[in-house]
Design a protein around this ligand. Structure first.
Ligand code: FNR
Length: 349
């Protein structure tokens, strides 16, 4: 049952990222709040490429690149193969990577082999385990232990659960659960959304729970309300497909609230990655788009895509005169349109 659901998620998520994807007013090509973040052009700002470093550090961690493959899958035979291929691409390009939710393994240890390729194929890499907020402390330790994870992601997905008829309806104990997990594991805990964004208020709550890093995982890319609606004949919650904070809005709301931020959700190209870093993210994640490239073109195609992204991100930093990902936050950025209105409404500088 779980394995089936995981296969369906892959099918419906990649349909959202394919060129012939179903277009709604919420995901029409070109309609992204990332396009409302513009770098002010200064023709003499550029530096020398040799002076640019992609290294990024936050919460005591140091990554060679500010790009990672975010949590997706595992639990079925097919998704195990996907995990293996994603990990090979991560190894070939030096990217950190996260497994999909390890709930299938926690419920049924015989699915372990669909997650372990993440570590086997990327033995020296930065690998993150992923669980939900209802996992026990012991389960969290098991998930980390199985893949010798360097960090643990906990995902928050209240909207997705609501759209799923069989989904969780008891969210009140999630904060206490996160706090227990934080004290139980020896690796840093990263809390992430799954595509609806994290607000500044949520980040403040996470600080008080001992969480070390927040991944905003905002709206604009893979849409889990649409995925869950797509799994049944009647889309009872069609109106939730427009729910949440876009990734740039989330970064603007959440920055300065006490945690280093990672950005994911609807990052389409290296310019979006540069924009997210300019809004204060320490690194940028991609999920559904990378998965679609992998399934359409194989590991080589994904390696080429990631290599191009790293090359072009470095090129953009060079023309902007940013010697490091963190230095992008010092660039002149213009926030326009609906994103500007959002900042005004929220009283954000
Ligand atoms: C996801 N995502 C996800 N996140 C998570 O924390 N645990 C999970 O198990 C999954 N599963 C999952 C499956 C598939 C097929 C996709 C595409 C995505 C969410 C993912 O990590 C990310 O937060 C969002 O997808 C937003 O990024 P993109 O896809 O817009 O780049």
């Amino acid at each position: 049952m779980t394995g089936n659901r995981k296969d369906e998620h892959v099918r419906l998520a990649t349909a959202q990222h394919s060129p012939e994807r179903h277009v709604t007013p919420f995901d029409a090509p070109g309609v992204s709040q990332f396009d409302e973040v513009r770098f002010m052009h200064h023709a003499l700002a550029g530096t020398d490429r040799a002076e640019v470093s992609t290294r990024t550090s936050f919460a005591g961690l140091e990554w060679q690149v500010p790009l990672y493959i975010n949590a997706m899958t595992g639990g079925s035979e097919k998704t195990g193969e996907i995990n293996r291929d994603l990990a090979i691409a991560a190894r070939e390009t030096g990217l950190p990577i996260a497994t999909g939710s390890m709930s299938p393994y926690l419920k049924d240890p015989s699915t372990a082999g669909t997650f372990t390729p993440m570590r086997r194929e990327h033995p020296d890499g930065f690998v993150m385990a992923n669980i939900n907020a209802t996992a026990t402390a012991e389960q969290a330790r098991r998930a980390v232990g199985l893949i010798e994870a360097d960090a643990l992601q906990i995902h928050l997905n209240t909207v997705q659960e609501t759209v799923m008829p069989e989904g969780d309806r008891s969210f009140g104990h999630w904060s206490a659960g996160i706090e227990k997990i934080v004290t139980a594991v020896e690796v840093p805990v990263i809390v992430k959304e799954v595509g609806f964004g994290l607000s500044g208020r949520t980040v403040e709550q996470l600080v008080s729970l001992g969480v070390r890093v927040a991944d905003v995982a905002g709206r604009g890319g893979t849409n889990f309300a649409r995925i869950e609606n797509g799994r049944r004949d009647h889309a009872d919650y069609a109106y939730l497909e427009d729910w949440g904070l876009s990734t740039p809005a989330s970064l603007l709301d959440a920055r300065g609230h006490g945690l280093p931020l990672l950005a994911s959700g609807g990052v389409r190209h290296p310019l979006d990655a540069a924009r997210a870093l300019a809004l204060g993210a320490r690194a940028v994640g991609a999920a559904g788009g990378f998965l679609t490239v992998l399934l359409d073109g194989g590991v080589d195609a994904l390696v080429r895509q990631i290599t191009t992204w790293l090359d072009q991100l470095t090129a953009l930093m060079t023309l902007l005169g940013a010697h490091s990902p963190a230095a992008l936050a010092d660039c002149d950025v213009l926030v326009t349109g609906s994103l500007r209105e959002f900042c005004q409404d929220r009283g954000l500088a």
